[in-house]
Design a protein around this ligand. Sequence first.
Ligand SMILES: NC(=O)c1ccc[n+]([C@@H]2O[C@H](COP(=O)([O-])OP(=O)(O)OC[C@H]3O[C@@H](n4cnc5c(N)ncnc54)[C@H](OP(=O)(O)O)[C@@H]3O)[C@@H](O)[C@H]2O)c1
Length: 443
Amino acid sequence: MEKIRDAILSGDLSAVGGLDVPDHYRAVTVHADEVEMFAGLPTPDKDPRKSLHVEDVATPELGPGEALVAVMASAINYNTVWTSIFEPLDTFGFLRRYGKTSELAKRHDLPYHVVGSDLAGVVLRTGPGVGAWKPGDEVVAHCLSVELEHPDGHNDTMLDPEQRIWGFETNFGGLAELALVKSNQLMPKPAHLTWEEAASPGLVNSTAYRQLVSRNGAAMKQGDTVLIWGASGGLGSYATQFALNGGATPVCVVSSPAKAEICRRMGAELIIDRSAEDYKFWSDENTQNPREWKRLGAKIRELTGGEDPDIVFEHPGRETFGASVYVTKRGGTIVTCASTSGFMHQYDNRYLWMHLKRIVGSHFANYREASEANRLIAKGKIHPTLSKVYPMEETGQAAYDVHRNAHQGKVGVLCLAPSEGLGVRDEEMRAKHINAINNFRGV
Ligand SMILES: NC(=O)c1ccc[n+]([C@@H]2O[C@H](COP(=O)([O-])OP(=O)(O)OC[C@H]3O[C@@H](n4cnc5c(N)ncnc54)[C@H](OP(=O)(O)O)[C@@H]3O)[C@@H](O)[C@H]2O)c1
């Protein structure tokens, strides 16, 4: 592994394909025999630092259409938080089911799960049938794993019945020194970014792009007003940039003055601090308070000069969904990709049907959407939102920060990269965007 790291650090990328691939590597895992370790504890008390391990695992065999990547850096996504607290299900069920689908997929069904759904690194080996990528290529990987053996996914690969999120529903994820991906997950690494910056947008940037911009999501257009929950978080920090970049007006909801400041740094002007406003959308566990929905709606109108959101960018779920449906403009769209606070939503359907609103479900992104989102990063039109970086040994702490909502934007993890700041190939372009790249640092 040292030789691979040295070749990459010295820039001798053509040599990388000639180096031996080690038969084991360091990786962040959860263990199948520990899935009950938090049984009975409330969700906030389940501690990723106890369940995430950093250990040596065996290098998987490389199959057709696949690539082995030397991972320089990765990032924490909320799916790694879910995996590490074994909620809503432990991920070994995904691996068992995947393992039953083919001889090759059996590799994924192991008593440990190497997690992580983002990476920036260098291709080490490609399997039979791979033509578009070769050893030595500097890449990032999106996390859509598809088989495409059925007709269903051929208009939109997210509809493939064998669609999985790599590093969550498959093994051999990106929080590791090596990762196994399908070659159609690979995309060029943006040349002006460091390894850790390049690794951080992937999953959330692609998801926010489909959810907000793509015709498969809310198809945002110029002039739209977009209410963005968690606007300085993983998804929200990209949704805010897409809204600003696409001529829409974001109304950013955050929970502290520091997070509001980050939104201002991105260029947003309309900001709601939900903690300061102290919204109580639920009077008790089973009853919502429509007066509080109205109070949010009035605040939005106060900021926008009387306009309601054409689009509400939803992911908190149960806590906010009733309010989101209420405040959306007549004929507008609530687009949802998650339910962080609970997946059994309640809303007053009269506001949906009488006002001809639509609820659209969205999940990750197809290769085309992920590649369009990555291209925007590579062109310097959208920027990474990295706030803090941990070494791989401290991945448990990094996931703990995200679980506690104590982070801003994205939290990075160094894998083979020995320190931050390496891997930049286009210094001139970097200099042009350096302030925007650092917007989330040190807040
Ligand atoms: N379907 C997909 O493809 C997909 C992809 C990515 C993520 N997700 C899911 O989307 C969710 C968010 O992911 P993320 O990466 O953006 O996480 P994140 O970085 O933690 O950001 C989420 C933000 O939402 C806000 N929030 C949390 N709980 C809230 C509540 N009860 N009410 C209002 N706002 C709340 C918080 O911001 P404030 O405290 O500042 O308000 C938080 O920073 C997770 O559940 C994740 O699993 C789904």
